[in-house]
Design a protein around this ligand. Structure first.
Ligand SMILES: C[C@@](CO)(OP(=O)(O)O)[C@H](O)COP(=O)(O)OP(=O)(O)OC[C@H]1O[C@@H](n2ccc(N)nc2=O)[C@H](O)[C@@H]1O
Ligand SMILES: Nc1ncnc2c1ncn2[C@@H]1O[C@H](COP(=O)(O)OP(=O)(O)O)[C@@H](O)[C@H]1O
Length: 316
């Protein structure tokens, strides 16, 4: 079979609410996640030597079994019971690593979709979703993409109508030296919350319903203004990380910002803008302080899809 090329878009969190602690040690979440058009690309070529090989253009990234692409390939191959299947994968990395943008999870999701096509497995979305959920809490979202409510660990998805969303683009910034441990952020959030042990499913469902019917989902449907964006991990990370505080202040000063927040467990920060032009104008007007503080910046469209096979032959 010819090479298979897959796009792996990043995500931002428009809402991240930590509801409680689950018996399995993960946190019960109520989130809204949004795909953006900052993406990695994977090119997959089948081989006859039963090896799974990965090479990438980012030297900071391991290419061994700790890479989520390799882990996804190994899991898929073992679950279908075809150990003789082999693949060479080339990763063109664009999404910053460990940034709160699910770059690793999206690459893992892209590997599942790409290998399903390359090896002609035709597993269907339910089985791919199940494998993704085993590999990471936000990997199922990366498969589906668009705008989704995410519950449970983050793997239970409910699509959100976002055709009229006021925020169609983002100015995204990240400080290259900043990093945040996801487990630390969740643990800190737990320590600082008194209402944390909502271990009653009824409480969780009440909070899910409040999100489904609340001002953010209403705004995403184009029926109201964007509310303040809630991220419970930002609330604990912002006081501890000076560059995140400085970056949020900068974005809030940018012209045309509709809302500003940290994505996921950070350290990426974003300002929602009505369109790409206003995001680029804001980046232009903040160019000097962004450079002075050492921030990298991207302007991206909010996308309507997750991982997708590239069939138009466009370059990675
Ligand atoms: C924080 C979020 C918010 O969208 O994204 P990022 O900031 O990483 O992009 C996600 O919850 C990250 O998802 P993901 O990175 O797939 O998490 P996993 O690999 O499943 O878990 C990594 C670690 O995060 C913590 N974790 C994750 C999900 C969850 N519902 N509860 C947790 O406590 C656990 O400590 C776990 O060991
Ligand atoms: N293909 C990959 N791309 C990025 N990170 C990866 C990949 N495979 C494994 N990882 C590991 O996953 C962690 C970050 O995953 P990522 O999804 O990029 O973070 P975040 O969700 O915070 O943006 C890092 O520890 C990184 O080493």
């Amino acid at each position: 079979m010819a090479d298979v090329t897959v796009r792996a878009p990043a995500k931002i969190n428009l809402h991240l609410e930590v509801l409680g602690l689950r018996p399995d040690g993960y946190h019960e979440l109520a989130m809204v996640m949004q795909s953006i058009d900052l993406a990695d690309t994977l090119v997959l070529r089948t081989t006859a030597d039963a090896m799974i090989r990965l090479r990438s253009d980012n030297a900071d990234l391991p290419s061994d079994g700790t890479n989520l692409i390799v882990r996804a390939a190994e899991l898929l191959r073992s679950r279908v019971g075809l150990p003789e299947l082999g693949v060479d994968i080339t990763l063109h990395k664009r999404i910053p690593i460990g940034a709160g943008l699910a770059g690793g999870s999206s690459d893992g999701a892209a590997a599942l979709v790409g290998l399903d096509a390359l090896w002609g497995l035709a597993l269907g979305s339910e089985r791919l979703h199940g494998l993704a959920a085993e590999l990471g809490s936000d990997m199922p979202f990366c498969l589906e993409g668009g705008t989704q409510l995410c519950f449970g660990r983050g793997e239970r998805l409910e699509p959100v109508t976002a055709h009229g969303a006021p925020g169609q683009a983002v100015l995204l910034i990240k400080h290259p030296e900043a990093s945040v441990s996801t487990p630390w952020a969740y643990g800190r959030c737990r320590d600082l919350r008194s209402d944390f042990y909502l271990d009653a499913e009824a409480d969780f469902e009440q909070r899910r319903q409040a999100l489904r019917q609340g001002p953010l989902v209403t705004a995403l449907a184009g029926r109201g203004p964007l509310p303040h964006l809630r991220n419970d991990l930002q609330a604990v990370v912002e006081p501890e990380v000076a560059s995140i505080r400085a970056g949020l202040d900068l974005l809030r000063r940018g012209p045309g910002a509709l809302a500003v927040a940290m994505s996921g467990s950070g350290p990426s920060l974003f300002a929602l803008h009505p369109d790409l032009a206003t995001a680029e104008a804001a980046r232009e007007s903040l160019a000097e302080p962004l450079e002075a503080l050492g921030f990298d910046a991207w302007c991206c469209r909010c996308g309507g899809s997750g991982v997708s096979l590239v069939t138009d032959g466009s370059a990675p």
